[in-house]
Design a protein around this ligand. Structure first.
Ligand code: SAH
Ligand code: SF4
Length: 358
């Protein structure tokens, strides 16, 4: 069968309970479903053919109707700072990226994997490379989970104890515009019998799809990050056109209404654009806007690329902005770009190899 005609559902997008039900429809006992789940999501074996504790006939039965492989890694780049960027290519030709960011914080290793939820984005933020990709689609849960399993396998091959510890949905795409598949992937990630990520180690970042923020708050206890990026509707309308649909007041109200888990904070991302949103007046408006909300502010000086007209502020401007926030008692940090030499930094994804998409 040609790969691009492969219509078999991929089991990497299935929950344990669904696998058990599914094997029953194949006339098999439900414990085979648990074995299948263990092999794919716990041992991270590369497909059903490799799960050797399953009978060969059963493996063939599953493989006839279902795919079990991760998306294939088309290219990998390694930054001088240890960041690794993976370019995946799906059978239909779309490409998407995941970025592995190893860090040593407080003496412990935190290895964050930034995953994509779509292979482009319709939100159209004026500073973001992903927004310029024309031919794109939603990723399926199996393709999201597939990024995580493929990278985990790859880093383990390099160093046996390397472990992806945190997942952030900050790669290509707007996760809350692919709500069903993204929340399905998050549930699969949190399955204690499988990949077993704690909910506080999963962060969904959104440009502010307000109704879906309410849904997420009701349904999943994951961490929430908001790409705020402006402090007035006038500027936000310009840099993030989605603001015309859900303006600042509605977005901030959604945060005030959000059932945040105890001892947690929202992450507020603020991409700094020279002369646009980087003044001390902006810093003061930001403080007022977020008054009373448990937040930490991540300042992201723009990572430049050829598809934006904006430029990055000077270092002095960024430091002054941060100092102004801190003076007002806000928890603020400047996020240094990781993997910039391989175009793996925020907003640069969808680069060189995406000619077929954009
Ligand atoms: N669509 C989601 C998640 C992906 S974008 C969202 O917008 O939140 C992840 C982060 O990268 C967002 O905070 C976004 O504001 C930031 N970003 C986009 N383009 C950037 C650029 N060129 N430089 C720095 N940060 C950028
Ligand atoms: Fe989409 Fe996020 Fe980029 Fe905006 S910043 S275009 S929402 S990926």
């Amino acid at each position: 069968m040609r790969a691009d005609l492969d219509a078999r559902p991929n089991l990497l997008g299935f929950m344990a309970s669904e696998l058990e039900a599914l094997v029953k429809t194949l006339g098999q006992p439900s414990y085979r479903g648990r074995q299948l789940h263990h092999g794919l999501f716990h041992k991270l074996l590369p497909g059903v053919a490799a799960i050797s504790d399953l009978p060969k006939a059963f493996r063939e039965l599953v493989a006839a109707s279902f795919a079990t492989e991760t998306p294939s890694i088309h290219r990998q780049q390694i930054s001088q700072d240890g960041t690794r960027k993976y370019l995946f290519r799906a059978p239909d030709g779309v490409t998407f990226e995941a970025v592995y960011i190893p860090e040593v914080a407080k003496g412990r290793g935190t290895n964050t994997l930034c995953v994509s939820s779509q292979t482009g984005c319709s939100v159209g933020c004026k500073f973001c490379f992903t927004a310029s990709i024309k031919r794109w689609r939603n990723l399926m849960a199996a393709e999201i989970i597939g990024q995580i399993i493929a990278v985990q396998r790859d880093v383990t091959a390099i160093s046996a104890d390397a472990q992806v510890t945190n997942i952030v949905f900050m790669g290509m795409g707007e996760p809350l515009l692919n709500y069903a598949e993204v929340t399905r992937a998050a549930r699969i990630l949190m399955d204690p019998e499988g990949l077993s990520f704690a909910s506080r180690r999963i962060t969904i970042s959104t440009s502010g799809i307000v109704p879906r923020i309410y849904d997420l708050g009701r349904e999943l206890p994951v961490q929430l990050a908001i790409s705020l990026n402006a402090t007035t509707d006038e500027i936000r309308n310009e840099v993030m056109p989605i603001n015309k649909k859900w303006p600042l007041a509605a977005l901030i109200q959604a945060l005030r209404d959000y059932p945040l888990q105890p001892r947690r904070r929202f992450t507020i991302e603020y991409v700094m654009l020279r002369g646009k949103n980087d003044s001390l007046a902006d810093a003061n408006r930001l403080v007022r806007l977020l008054q009373g909300l448990p937040v930490k502010v991540n300042l992201l000086p723009l990572n430049g690329h050829e598809r934006t007209d904006y430029t990055s502020p000077t270092e002095a401007t960024v430091l002054a902005f941060e100092a102004e926030l801190r003076r007002a008692g806000m928890n603020a940090i400047i996020r240094t770009a990781r993997g910039r030499d391989i175009d793996a930094a925020c907003g640069q994804l969808g680069g060189a190899d995406h000619v077929q998409n954009g």
